[in-house]
Write a protein that binds this ligand. Structure first.
Ligand code: FAD
Ligand code: SF4
Length: 485
C-alpha cells in the first residue's frame, strides 16, 4: 500500500484507507514566510501536525517546500486549494484520490447546481438533507418543517451578561506545545517570520482525542442551547453556545458526518430540541459543504470578483488587530476577540467585521486575505464564497440575494454592545453618529445604481431617499475615511 501523504488539514482517520497505513506529513516553513498568520493559528497547525506524527508509522519531513519532501510513490486525498491540487498534479508518482472531509460528493453538487441561475443555500441544504437522509422522517423533514430559523435567531436574553451554558473543556497543553511555542519565538527572533495577534494558551483541539472530547461535550451540554441565540452577541460571552468545532473539522480531525450524526442522535434521544439541532446541522451539512463546493464550482477568477469596485486598502489599525485604537464598542470588542483568540462566531464575522469592510469599500481580495490569515479556522476554500460572495457581495449576488449590510440598529437589536458605546445607533450625523448607521446609508448612496435592480433592496433604497441630511452624512463618512471609528 502506498504511503498516504496527508496535508495539514487532513489529519483524521477518515483520510486513511485503513488504520495503520503509513503516512507522510510535511511541515513547510515557506508557508509561514509567505503570509503573516495569526500566532495562534501557526501554533495550532504545527501542534496538530506534530501530535499526528506521534501516531503510527509516520514520516514527518521538515522542508522549505512540499516538493522536496516527496521522494517516494504516494497517494493523497484531493487537497483543499487550487494551488495544492496543481502541485500534486505536477509531481510524478503521486496518485490523487477524491476529496474527503466533506459530505456531498462533487459530482452530486454539480448535478444539483448545473442549470440553476442563482445558487442558494436553502435549496442545496434541502437537497442534502434528502440525499443523505439527515433529520428526515421518511420523505418529510423531521418535525414537518425544513427551516426552524423562526425559532432561532433571537436577540440575546435580557438582563444577562452570559448564556447559561458550560464552557468547552479547556485544552491541556503538553511538551509538544511547549516545543512549538519556543520554535515560533525563535522564528520571530531569528528568521524574520512575522505573526499577527497575541499568543495565548491553545484553545482548540490539535488531536483526534481532544476533538472528540469537544464534540461530546458540545453535544451533551451546549447543543441544546445552540439555536435560539445563534445570531446574538454578548460582550461578556464571545462563545455563546457555538460549538467552536470549525478549527478541528477544518484540520480534518473530525469528519463532518460524524458531527452531524452526533447532533441528530441528540435530537432522536430527546436531549436537544429540534430547533437547535436543525440550526446546527444546517451549518455543517448546509453552509460548510455549500461553501466548499462553490470554491470549486465557480471559476478561479471568482476570487478576484469586485462588482462593487471597492478600492480601499485595509487600514493599519484593522490589519494589525489594534482593538485599542477603536472606540466603536462592537468593533473594538470583536477585533480584540480576533487578536486574542483568532476566532469569533459567525455574526461578528459577518455583521461587525465584514459589514464594516463592505461599508468602507475595502478591496474584497484584501478582506479575504485578512480573514484567511487572522482566523484559526481560515483556509482559502472557506474564504472565497464566505468573504468574496457572502460578506462583501463582490459577486453581485451569485450566492446571496442581497448584501449583508446593516446599520447600528441591527447590532443594537442582536447584542448588548450599544448601551456602553460612545456612539448612538439611532444617530447618523454629528459627533455621536454610529459609524455603522452612517456607514450603511453612505454605502447605499454609493451603490444605489448597482443595487437598484435588486428587489430586496427596494425598501432600503426608498428609505435612503427619505433622508433629509444625506449629503452631509456622505461628506461626514468621506471625512471619516479609514480612520479607526
Ligand atoms: P458553529 O456556529 O458551531 O457552526 C458549526 C459548524 O458549521 C462550524 O464549526 C463550521 O464547520 C460550519 N459552518 C457554519 N457556517 C459555515 C460557513 N459559512 N462556512 C463554512 N463552514 C461553516 N468558517 C470557517 O470554518 N473558516 C473560516 O475562515 C470562516 N470565515 C468566515 C468569514 C466570514 C466573513 C463569515 C461570514 C463566515 C466565516 N466562516 C468561516 C463560517 C463561520 O463563521 C464559522 O465556521 C463559525 O463561526 C465557526 O465557529 P463554530 O465552530 O463555533 O461554528
Ligand atoms: Fe457599534 Fe454603533 Fe452600537 Fe457603538 S452604537 S456598539 S458603533 S453599533
Amino acid at each position: 500500500m502506498r504511503r498516504r501523504w496527508l496535508f495539514a488539514d487532513q489529519l483524521g482517520p477518515h483520510f486513511l484507507d485503513e488504520p495503520g497505513q503509513p503516512v507522510l506529513l510535511v511541515e513547510s516553513k515557506a508557508v509561514f514566510r509567505r503570509r503573516v498568520f495569526h500566532r495562534q493559528k501557526a501554533h495550532l497547525i504545527l501542534s496538530a501536525l506534530r501530535h499526528r506524527a506521534q501516531d503510527g508509522d509516520v514520516r514527518l519531513v521538515r522542508a522549505e517546500t512540499y516538493a522536496e519532501a516527496v521522494t517516494e510513490p504516494l497517494s493523497v486525498c484531493h487537497p483543499t486549494s487550487r494551488a495544492a491540487r496543481g502541485l500534486v498534479l505536477r509531481l510524478p508518482d503521486v496518485e490523487m484520490l477524491p476529496a474527503r472531509g466533506f459530505v456531498t460528493a462533487p459530482q452530486d453538487f454539480t448535478a444539483w447546481a448545473d442549470g440553476r441561475g442563482h445558487l442558494r443555500l436553502e435549496d442545496f441544504y434541502r437537497y442534502a438533507r434528502r440525499h443523505h437522509d439527515v433529520l428526515m422522517d421518511g420523505a418529510e423533514p423531521a418535525g414537518g418543517r425544513w427551516n426552524l430559523d423562526a425559532d432561532n435567531r433571537e436577540p440575546p436574553p435580557r438582563g444577562v451578561t452570559r448564556l447559561d451554558v458550560p464552557p468547552p473543556p479547556e485544552i491541556v497543553e503538553d511538551a509538544i506545545d511547549e516545543e512549538v511555542r519556543a520554535e515560533l519565538d525563535r522564528w520571530e527572533r531569528e528568521d524574520g517570520i512575522r505573526f499577527v495577534g497575541n499568543d495565548g494558551p491553545r484553545m482548540f483541539p490539535a488531536t483526534r482525542r481532544e476533538a472528540l472530547d469537544r464534540l461530546r461535550h458540545f453535544a451533551d451540554h451546549r447543543l441544546p442551547e445552540f439555536g435560539p441565540h445563534e445570531d446574538a452577541m454578548l460582550a461578556g460571552d464571545p462563545l455563546m453556545a457555538h460549538s467552536m468545532l470549525s478549527p478541528a473539522i477544518n484540520l480534518g480531525l473530525l469528519d463532518p458526518l460524524e458531527v452531524i450524526e452526533r447532533a441528530e442522535k441528540a435530537y432522536r434521544e430527546g436531549s436537544a430540541p429540534l430547533s437547535s439541532v436543525e440550526g446546527f446541522v444546517r451549518q455543517i451539512l448546509g453552509w460548510r459543504d455549500f461553501i466548499w463546493h462553490l470554491y470549486w464550482y465557480f471559476e478561479p477568477e471568482y476570487r478576484a470578483a469586485n462588482e462593487l469596485r471597492a478600492k480601499g486598502d485595509l487600514p493599519k489599525w484593522f490589519a494589525e488587530l489594534n482593538a485599542g485604537a477603536v472606540e466603536a464598542r462592537c468593533l473594538s470588542d470583536v477585533l480584540a476577540g480576533v487578536r486574542d483568540r483568532g476566532w469569533v462566531h459567525h455574526i461578528p464575522r459577518l455583521m461587525v467585521l465584514g459589514n464594516y469592510a463592505m461599508q468602507r469599500g475595502w478591496r474584497p481580495a484584501a478582506v479575504a486575505g485578512w480573514f484567511h490569515r487572522c482566523f484559526v479556522d481560515g483556509y482559502e476554500w472557506v474564504m472565497t464564497a464566505n468573504v468574496i460572495g457572502m460578506s462583501q457581495f463582490a459577486d453581485a449576488g451569485r450566492m446571496s440575494s442581497k448584501p449583508y449590510a446593516a446599520g447600528g440598529s441591527y447590532i443594537n437589536r442582536m447584542s448588548d454592545y450599544c448601551g456602553g458605546c460612545r456612539y448612538d445607533p439611532k444617530v447618523r450625523a454629528g459627533d455621536g453618529a454610529c459609524p455603522y448607521t452612517a456607514g450603511y446609508w453612505s454605502f447605499l448612496a454609493r451603490h444605489e445604481q448597482a443595487l437598484a435592480g435588486n428587489h430586496r433592496m427596494r425598501q432600503p433604497l426608498r428609505g435612503l431617499h427619505r433622508l433629509t441630511d444625506l449629503d452631509a452624512l456622505v461628506e461626514q463618512e468621506k471625512a471619516r475615511g479609514s480612520r479607526a471609528p
